[in-house]
Design a protein around this ligand. Structure first.
Ligand code: CMC
Length: 428
């Protein structure tokens, strides 16, 4: 970090604040000692101008539409790599060589089974429970089953917990789906790929062999890769904040899943598909565009806009191609893709969307692919959580190893009542 300073003066103050430069991206002003030295807090609700940590994992240039995992552009990883390699890259900082990759895949594969008693947790849920509710509960419950990997001061235990979480998420996600259908759970099989195994556990049944379609396996793997990490987004920051108190990794990931569920974050792909279905035909698009532009209407075009990308989300570009491939493979004739393409074209030529730099994001196309593959909309965010677990874990591990990170404890601009006397109930 190159150090420089910046002067802050006014309101009786005149102090120098350190300024740091990362390898790329905006410089940051270090305000850690501002309160101690001046009695002032900074105010940044929603963290629009705040770097909460130092990180070497993922870099986004929102203006240019660039996403790098450990320096590698997402498009190059999408074309040449796979999800297991990406997990390794996020966790360890470098792409694995052949032997390292084989060992990693072996270690992940041999952690995919769940403790048998965890089945009882599923049985406690209503059959119509949202699978994200099940995920939050079951992932949090893992801490009660894997005591030997909850000591966060032990690097080996942290690594075992990381492998367990990445390995068991597909099993948990598939079980959540099977439970909603009333079908028996399928155990993982060690001769399948990570994505193939997940498809088999989700769509297979114990009474017959499940043939994994290689195109769908590739599409699934690609969706996992594209969702693996995304810098300090809401759920990742939640995982870091939960972890900053010393909470065990299973609890932290459960917190991340809870945050991801919201429609402004991971829940957007579910909301986006519902919106495309509601629009239904190309003719209805203009009326939805008008609603999205109307300040008095809370409706937003789902799958458009991003806190960081003020350009085309590079993940959406990759998925757009894959959407065509999957629909062609499955022979699915759906008006959804046509509506999506037209909506994208109209929104991209509309002054409102141009001026506000609202471009399609990753969720715009992922829903179409997942829908064609047979996933119900309630499973979309679950798949996001499954993939993002690798990024959450890498970010959590980075935070634990960072000596400058203490417990996360934001302050506030208090606007409530000043100290006042208690009023007994008879006098209120
Ligand atoms: N449709 C219509 N108007 C929009 C949209 C949209 N999708 N997104 C933002 N705007 C408008 C918004 O009304 C505001 O207008 P004004 O300045 O006149 O008040 C302006 O654009 C800026 O919006 P913002 O809410 O301040 O921007 P933000 O950076 O806080 O929000 C967002 C980012 C993703 C929450 C938002 O764009 C949104 O709600 N999009 C739809 C939901 C969605 O697709 N989310 C998935 C995000 S990608 C997946 C992930 O990483 O989790």
């Amino acid at each position: 970090m190159t150090e420089n300073t910046m002067r802050l003066s006014g309101d009786g103050l005149d102090i120098e604040l350190p300024v740091y430069e990362g390898s790329v991206g905006p410089k940051v002003i270090d305000v850690r000692h501002l309160y101690g030295e001046t009695g002032y807090f900074t105010y940044d609700p929603g963290y629009k101008s705040t770097a909460s940590c130092e990180s070497s994992i993922t870099y986004i240039d929102g203006e240019a539409g660039i996403l790098l995992y450990r320096g590698y552009p997402i498009e190059e990883l999408a074309d040449n790599s796979d999800f297991m390699e990406v997990c390794y890259l996020l966790l360890f900082g470098e792409l694995p060589n052949r032997a390292e990759k084989e060992k990693f895949i072996h270690d992940i594969t041999y952690h995919t089974m769940l403790h048998e008693q965890l089945k009882n947790f599923f049985n406690g849920f209503r059959r119509d429970a949202h699978p994200m509710a099940i995920m939050v509960g079951v992932v949090g419950a893992l801490a009660a089953f894997y005591h030997d990997s909850t000591d966060i001061s032990d690097p080996h235990q942290r690594m075992v917990a990381s492998y367990r979480l990445i390995a068991k998420m597909p099993t948990i996600a598939a079980m959540a789906y099977k439970y909603s259908l009333g079908q028996p759970f399928l155990y993982p099989r060690n001769d399948c790929s990570y994505a193939g195994n997940f498809l088999r556990m989700t769509f297979g049944v114990p009474c017959e062999d499940y043939q994994i379609n290689p195109i769908l396996e590739q599409a699934m793997d690609l969706i996992f890769m594209l969702h693996a990490d995304h810098e300090q987004n809401a759920s990742t920051s939640t995982v870091r904040l939960a972890g900053s108190s010393g909470a065990n990794p299973f609890a932290c990931i459960a917190a991340g899943i809870a945050c991801l569920w919201g429609p402004a974050h991971g829940g957007a792909n579910e909301a986006c598909l519902k919106m495309l279905q509601e629009i239904g035909t190309v003719d209805s698009i203009p009326q939805f565009i008008e609603r999205a532009k109307d300040k008095n209407d809370p409706f937003r075009l789902m799958g458009f806009g991003h806190r960081v990308y003020k350009n085309f989300d590079p993940r959406a570009k990759v998925l757009r191609k894959m959407a065509h491939k999957v629909l062609a493979e499955l022979g699915v004739e759906t008006p959804l893709l046509e509506v999506a393409m037209e909506l994208e074209a109209i929104a991209r030529s509309d002054e409102y969307f141009i001026e506000k730099k609202l471009y399609p994001n990753v969720d715009f196309y992922s829903g179409i692919i997942l829908n064609a593959m047979g996933f119900p909309t309630t499973m979309f965010t679950v798949l996001f959580a499954l993939a993002r677990t690798s990024g959450w874990i890498a970010q959590w591990e980075e935070m634990i190893e960072d000596p400058t990170q203490g417990i996360g404890r934001p302050r506030q601009l208090y606007k409530g009542a000043k100290k006042r006397e208690f009023v007994p109930i008879g006098r209120r």
